[in-house]
Design a protein around this ligand. Structure first.
Ligand code: ATP
Ligand code: MG
Length: 393
């Protein structure tokens, strides 16, 4: 059982003098992820790495799974920590490690890589590689050297203690949550928006979410499905404040007063406006949607232009150029797909027209909206006032 994990990080290694901000955020995100795992851990920043020390028993698979959901991690290395790093002790520990992990029967090619964080160590990195390589060759008949394409790469990092590892589990990559501001995700019960939220969060963006609920046209089950989706993506994004807007009255009102073929566009413009107001209220600087060009009538270039016209903040649409299958692939990868395809009604489909416009003109849409009396402003205020915020933790 490994007691130590050495975490390698990706891009955040190159952020110059702001590097500590990224390292602190990554450490915090690792702590958050491990909080949900049974066992006690200490998470320490150390010279280009984060070290995780287990202080109690833990379940290995659970720890790896938790760390595989943390953005900013490039690789996770289960490691052996050797506190007495004097050469004779180091070699005998490495020998025991190799024997335990790889045995003496099966043949392997190997190479040693060394890193010396502790500059006073009597051997420099090339010497450590050469001497440790020679030592292992002399002690294991089943090992031969291949520096280009080895079966096993044994890493030796000398810091205050020494760390030895030979396995790097690929991490999620991206940047730690909290390093790139905050954005409001329009989260429906579909396949696309959870994927969109995941993708933007991966760049270090903290996510809030808004769901437009239209009871009784959309059921409690539909709402619970959205809560469940928020739960699923929160495994990556961390806590989410999910704002549930009661959209029924606005939707009904638009339904009564506007040409039915324009319904979806006008409704979507109101959604974006409300989302934007909620974004400002909650310290978000942009919106995120799961729109993809041409997927449905409301996502043609013309429709997107009409919807976008009400937005003053940036709208991120990370799946805009994705084919549905590519979105499905990510949805499956993040574990959202099975929930997303549950067949509960969505407020957009309940009120959808038989023949929605596919090439709306902004002028025409604005003209139709003018006919909505002041009542819509009252309903709008009411919707904002009655938002229910659910904390997804
Ligand atoms: P999704 O699979 O994400 O539901 P979709 O292909 O069904 O997307 P639309 O229903 O046109 O497409 O919605 C486009 C985007 O608008 C969604 O990706 C989502 O970001 C947002 N959206 C749609 N309906 C809602 C809703 N009820 N609440 C919050 N956001 C919504
Ligand atoms: Mg949808």
């Amino acid at each position: 059982m490994y007691k130590t994990f050495l975490v390698k990080y990706s891009e955040i290694g190159v952020k110059g003098k702001n590097r500590y901000i990224f390292e602190n955020a990554l450490r915090d995100q690792i702590i958050r992820a491990l909080d949900k795992v049974e066992g006690e851990f200490e998470v320490i920043k150390e010279q280009g790495r984060i070290l995780i020390e287990s202080l109690s028993d833990y379940d290995y698979d659970e720890v790896i799974d938790a760390l595989c959901h943390v953005f900013g991690i490039a690789g996770i290395c289960p490691a052996l920590r050797i506190d007495n790093n004097e050469w004779d002790n180091l070699t005998s520990e490495v020998k025991a490690y190799v024997e335990k992990v790889y045995g003496r029967e099966k043949k392997y090619t190997f190479k040693v890589e060394a890193k010396r964080g502790y500059k006073d160590y009597p051997k420099n990195s090339p010497q450590i590689c050469a001497d440790m390589g020679e030592f292992l060759l002399n002690n294991f008949d089943n090992l031969t050297v291949d520096v280009h394409n080895p079966d096993i790469r044994i890493d030796v990092e000398i810091r205050n203690s020494a760390y030895v590892y030979s396995q790097v589990i690929k991490g999620e990559g991206g940047m730690p949550i909290g390093t790139s501001g905050r954005a409001m995700l329009l989260l429906s019960g579909g396949i696309d928006s959870p994927v969109a939220g995941y993708m933007i969060a991966k760049r270090g963006v903290k996510i809030d979410a808004v769901y437009f609920h239209a009871p009784p046209y959309t059921s409690e089950r539909a709402k619970n499905k959205v809560i469940e989706l928020a739960n699923i993506i929160s495994k990556y994004t961390g806590p989410i404040d999910l704002h549930v807007v009661n959209f029924t009255d606005i939707q009904m009102y638009i339904y009564d007063k506007c040409p039915h073929e324009e319904l979806t566009i006008i409704m979507r413009r109101y959604m974006m406006k409300i989302a934007q107001d909620l974004a400002v209220k909650n310290g978000c600087m942009s919106l995120i949607t799961g729109e993809s060009i041409g997927q449905v009538a409301s996502q043609t270039m013309q429709s997107l232009a009409c919807t976008n016209a009400v937005c003053t903040m940036p709208v991120f649409r990370p799946v805009i150029s994705f084919d549905k299958q590519d979105i499905v692939d990510i949805s499956q990868k993040i574990g959202a797909f099975e929930t997303s395809i549950l067949p509960y009604e969505d407020c957009c489909t309940t009120f959808v027209a038989k023949h929605p416009v596919t090439k709306p003109s902004l002028k025409q849409i604005e003209k139709s909206e003018k006919k909505l009396s002041e009542d819509i402003d009252r309903l709008y205020e009411e919707a904002l006032k009655t938002v229910e915020t659910i904390l997804i933790r």
